[in-house]
Ligand binder design. Structure first.
Ligand code: SAM
Length: 215
């Protein structure tokens, strides 16, 4: 099957800031980011920044025909590859920040699970905050979002801003253990229960950090 690493690197050379990584994520990281997918029911699953489909593959396997899988990918070449590989996935070439409009256009209800591969650290602060706000605004009350960050960049300002934004937008935030079998090593943010503006109440944030210090 392969993870199309050559094509991924080619797109990175063309659009380094947009792609944000030199290689696709590993299977080990994919297994962690899809953890919140339910084993039953018909969930609406949204994938942001799907690239060559490392997460798409595992999401499709877990859903095995259930629910609705929308993949939002800004790169037309990646989207064309995804459409060929995953005919059951609704692949749209668009900006993740337009998720509310994309769901509405399809008559879809709120998203139950959002799996993000977006290169947050390559976004400006305003763009990252705006994108996260838009995504959280169309998630179901018990919805879950996963996204990952690279361990070496964990304390850099963009990564700290992402952490703060996630803690602000979601009631629960859990940082997973380091996935060493990824290039570079990464960890997963598990965010649950979006704080919608209409129902937001001032409650203390629940943050659990299971990640390990950098060795
Ligand atoms: C770090 S790669 C991750 C790809 C894949 N999920 C993986 O883990 O191997 C980031 C992906 O996000 C896409 N992307 C960047 N900005 C985006 C945006 N605003 N909306 C949708 N996709 C975006 C890039 O084209 C790229 O495919």
């Amino acid at each position: 099957m392969g993870n199309h690493a050559g094509m991924f690197f080619g797109q990175f050379v063309r659009h380094p800031w947009r792609v944000g990584a030199v290689a696709p994520s590993s299977a080990a990281l994919a297994a962690r980011v899809v953890a919140p997918l339910p084993d039953t029911g018909e969930p609406v699953v949204v994938e942001l920044g799907a690239g060559t489909g490392v997460f798409t593959d595992v999401i499709q396997e877990r859903l095995s025909g259930r629910g609705y899988h929308l993949a939002v990918e800004v790169d037309a070449a990646f989207a064309a590859l995804l459409r060929r590989r995953y005919p059951r996935v609704d692949v749209v070439v668009d900006d993740a920040a337009r998720l509310p409009q994309l769901l509405a256009a399809r008559g879809l209800p709120l998203a139950d699970v959002v799996v993000s591969g977006l290169p947050w650290v390559a976004f400006t602060a305003g763009r990252a905050a705006g994108t996260l706000a838009a995504v959280a605004s169309v998630m179901s009350p018990l919805g879950a979002l996963t996204t990952f960050a690279y361990v070496h960049a964990r304390w850099a300002p963009p990564a700290r801003r992402l952490h703060a934004e996630l803690a602000h937008r979601f009631e629960e935030l859990v940082l997973g253990r380091t996935v060493w079998a990824n290039l570079p090593p990464a960890f997963v943010y598990h965010a649950r229960r979006p704080r919608h503006a209409s129902s937001r109440v001032d409650r203390p944030e629940s943050i659990v950090d299971e990640s390990e210090p950098v060795r």
